[in-house]
Write a protein that binds this ligand. Sequence first.
Ligand code: 0O2
Length: 240
Amino acid sequence: MAENNNSRLNSIEDAMVFLDNAIEFQELMVRYSCAIREVRTKLEVLNDDLRIRKGRSPIESISYRIKKPASIIKKMKKRGYDFSIPAIRQNLNDIAGIRVVCSFIDDIYDVADMLAYQDDIKVIEIKDYIKNPKENGYRSYHMIVEIPVFFSDHKEPLRVEVQIRTIAMDFWASLEHQLKYKQEIKNQEVIVAKLKDCANVIAHVDSQMQDIRKELEENSTEKEGTFLDKFEKISFGSII
Ligand code: 0O2
């Protein structure tokens, strides 16, 4: 009987520890989602500012995600880390992730520079998979940035992974990601080679689009518009 009571007590204690950890984990995820909001706002401000001042938005879209608990556990296990909140915080840089899709390759570097230049942003790491594509053809510009987030009773530096790529790179990466998770691929080498071919074609298209844009910018002059044409450009719909 005493043994039973003890084991019940133990299991309640275990449950309490489990709940404490679960709450702490949830709090950490909420803090990362706040860090995403901070970086996202910075990117949106840059885009709006460039649209107003230069008449062109370099960013096509911004998406974001908090890494799934299962992916966090998988990554921690794969790298041989203990599964604890401090270990997750210390060792994983991509719990908060933002993906920025730009129109042209130059835009990627402009956006990255403008973000890195901000004095509350600390760049922790850069992986330039555009200049150095991965063996499979993957191209993207990755930055790990740290940003201070102000909570009700403290300030906390939090890391966010920012992936910046063109529309074409994003198209390739999304499809390759989907295909990777399809089971039982019979002729894997052929598929891998085809995907790499596609990545090269896409990189060529990106570089040609960039050249076309440069040529257009160098060889065009502002069209003489009517008084009303100038007013056509003014719209607040997408700002608010
Ligand atoms: P998910 O589902 O996006 O979270 P590090 O985080 O720096 O310690 P890691 O994870 O190797 O080490 O970093 P890296 O190389 O910068 O890659 C991180 C993310 O880039 C991946 O996250 C993918 O989102 C993306 N990525 C990297 N390589 C590839 C690739 O070959 N194909 C595709 N489609 N995406 C890629 P996760 O954690 O793998 O997944």
